[in-house]
Design a protein around this ligand. Sequence first.
Ligand code: CUA
Length: 313
Amino acid sequence: MFPVFQPESPQAQAIYDLFVIVLVISGVILAIVSLLVIIAIWRGRAKATLPEQDFGSHKSEIFWLVGPTIVVIWITAISAKLVLTINAVPKVHLSEAEAGEPNITVTGHQWWWEVQHDDSGIVAANEIYIPVGKRLRVKLQSADVIHCFWVPQLARKMDVIPGHDNYIWLEANKPGTYQGRCAEFCGTQHAWMNFKVYALESDEYSKWETNAKKAAADPVRADALAGKQLFFAHTCVNCHTIEGTEAEATIGPDLTHIASRKEIGGGVLENSTANLKLWMKNPQAIKPGSKMPDFNFNDRQVDQLVAYLESLE
Ligand code: CUA
């Protein structure tokens, strides 16, 4: 129910452990102070005279000064250790051998995520496929405004800032689907800037990789072919890329494997024939403010375009 309480990576586990330690320390302090207050109220209740006053006790002053100071220093130390151990160090602070290239570059756009796998050249949108148990260095950059990259079960939050690259580790202990969100208000559709991390066993991952590397095949069905012609007759090519065609723009999501995606529009709809049609009919009705305009396609054109998109597996 609360993914932050179900960590599934060493980094998220470390954050969770620190949270629990600080929660326990705070709980103990709260219990002691509450108890003392209750005792004081109990003992001092309904008395006509003031209780005996106690001034200038060096012993208790030292106790109340040194005790909390030790607790605060301890919490500071374990927090600092956590920050130093879980943070992906920016490349500039590493030697050339340590640095290497980032494994994945994620670019925040209003309102979707571009995912570039730097080792294989695969480009996707709003879905990050990773192999289980491998720590990946992710470079975060923004195409427009400040976003915030957050997968609660796997990693800390990290701001995505125009003109300033940030780095983060991404790793999952076990196979699964992990919800990610934009955690910084970035405009009208900030709430629909979701993404998912799919952690796969290595054989599943290679299967995914093999398919994702392929360029788009020409559609076979007549309606899909008609859809392709429509796609290239309109301004779709000014925003989207479809590998293997002349569509090479990067304003909007790469559509090379749109049919294999689970969701569309940054998570606003599941990827189904009916939903793709809804989206193509008028994206502004589904995601107002989205950069994709309403093309006023008629139902037949929508059917053909969706047939084409669904051929891109
Ligand atoms: Cu991007 Cu909020």
